[in-house]
Design a binder for this molecule. Structure first.
Ligand code: NAD
Ligand code: MG
Length: 388
């Protein structure tokens, strides 16, 4: 029987790759909803091809154009945040949460509350609301499947091991485009340079996060939330080829690694067909061509984001929401050239060290998380001027 599915953020990098897999196996899926924001031309094309019941744009101003583009198709068109949230409340067999940024958290929470399968690409959900999201998954019996290459790898590696046998997880990082740049050179990089990732093809924001290693910082926190490892049981190693997607270290000192070409459709496909495996159109790994795998320790001095992740994990509570909100706001300021590349981490660090947010609560309720996000964005708005 065809499985009923929803894809939130279908016009993004993860969303498009998800639809690519679905389109190749059309008879096994029936689409309930697709969502996007301003790119309604693509959203309408996707809808015409895959015939979902509902299509939603998050951008109210684009609603008219989307309706026009889908006129006569019989596909229901909706717009705005409320429409998105109520679509997420619809119980389907499998829902992909791949909206970028903090905006994805409430979508993930609503999907969890349906008790269905939550394929989670939106890492901000776990960074900002990890304990709350896990609580909702447990309460409503939802299954959380990670759709980040590293976490999908760790999820697969942990199968068949008892927790007590695993001493740490080792998350690999490509190192991004500035891996071997000096701090002085990094100070002058432009948004276009930062968004140009050497190994992975991804959305603009996550590509810039990979250049600062904030993406890895988010992933470390994400790993702690999904797999219950403490900060000192999570290692990060730079591995420029991105062929090893992550590893686990066992108590007998053996290490298990998950390898494959860097293609997100592997992690998406694993979640899509879980617990089965299906042939997916990913290139086979050619070891003879590969010839070598390199590793190096991350340089905390040039990439302070990793240290900030450690502070967040040690602190818990709302620290993740503050880190993420400040990072998103700082990236906006970087994109408009108000601040430099290295200023992003400095602003996030300053926001984390401002004690004011600690009075906002323990972080187990959505309004506290929203308040911490607001706090950190206001903090960046008030302090970015001193950086330029
Ligand atoms: P993207 O920018 O390519 O796409 C984002 C999607 O979210 C688009 O459909 C866009 O229309 C929608 N969107 C943007 N703002 C929105 C808002 N305010 N409300 C509703 N919808 C909105 O991003 P991406 O690279 O596909 O990443 C999506 C998520 O997956 C991110 O959280 C990212 O960290 C995570 N992720 C991405 C990759 C990757 O390879 N791209 C890998 C692992 C995890
Ligand atoms: Mg990743």
């Amino acid at each position: 029987m065809a499985r009923r599915i929803s894809v939130f953020g279908s016009t993004g990098s993860i969303g498009q790759q998800t639809l690519d897999l679905i389109a190749r196996d059309r008879q096994n899926f029936e689409l309930f909803c697709l969502t996007g924001a301003r790119n309604v031309t693509l959203l309408a094309e996707q809808a015409k091809e895959l015939q979902p019941q509902i299509v939603i744009t998050a951008d109210d101003a684009s609603a008219g154009l989307l309706s026009e583009l889908l006129d006569g198709t019989g596909i229901k068109v909706q717009a705005g945040r409320t429409a998105l949230l109520s679509a997420a409340q619809e119980r389907v067999d499998w829902a992909m949460s791949s909206i970028v940024g903090f905006a994805g958290l409430e979508i993930s929470l609503e999907i969890a509350k349906t008790g269905g399968v939550l394929a989670l690409a939106n890492k901000e959900s776990l960074v900002c609301g990890g304990p709350l999201l896990r609580k909702e998954c447990a309460t409503y019996g939802a299954t959380l499947l990670p759709v980040d290459s590293e976490h999908s790898a760790i999820f697969q590696l942990l199968k068949g091991e008892v927790r007590g046998s695993v001493s740490s997880v080792i998350i690999t990082a490509s190192g991004g485009p500035f891996r071997s740049w000096s701090r002085e050179a990094m100070a002058g990089v432009t948004p276009a340079q930062a968004a140009n990732h050497p190994k992975w093809s991804m959305g603009q924001r996550i590509s810039i996060d990979s250049a600062t290693l904030f993406n890895k910082a988010l992933e470390v926190i994400e790993a702690k939330e999904i797999f219950d490892f403490s900060a000192n049981e999570i290692e990060v190693i730079i591995h420029p080829q991105s062929v090893i997607h992550s590893m686990i270290r066992l108590k007998d000192q053996m290490v298990l690694a998950h390898l494959g070409v860097p293609d997100m459709r592997a992690a998406i496909g694993y979640a899509l067909y879980y617990p089965d495996r299906s042939a997916i159109p990913v290139e086979p790994l050619d070891f003879a061509k590969l010839s070598k795998l390199d590793f190096e320790a991350p340089d905390i001095d040039r990439f302070p984001a990793l240290n900030l992740a450690k502070q967040v994990m040690d602190h818990g509570g709302l620290a993740g929401a503050v880190l993420n909100g400040a990072k998103e706001a700082a990236m906006d300021a970087f994109l408009t050239r108000e601040i430099g590349f290295l200023d992003m981490a400095d602003l996030v660090s300053d926001a984390l060290h401002d004690p004011a947010w600690q009075a906002l609560g323990r972080g187990d309720q959505i309004d506290q998380i929203v308040a911490a996000d607001r706090f950190s964005r206001d903090f960046v708005a008030a302090n970015k001027g001193q950086r330029s």
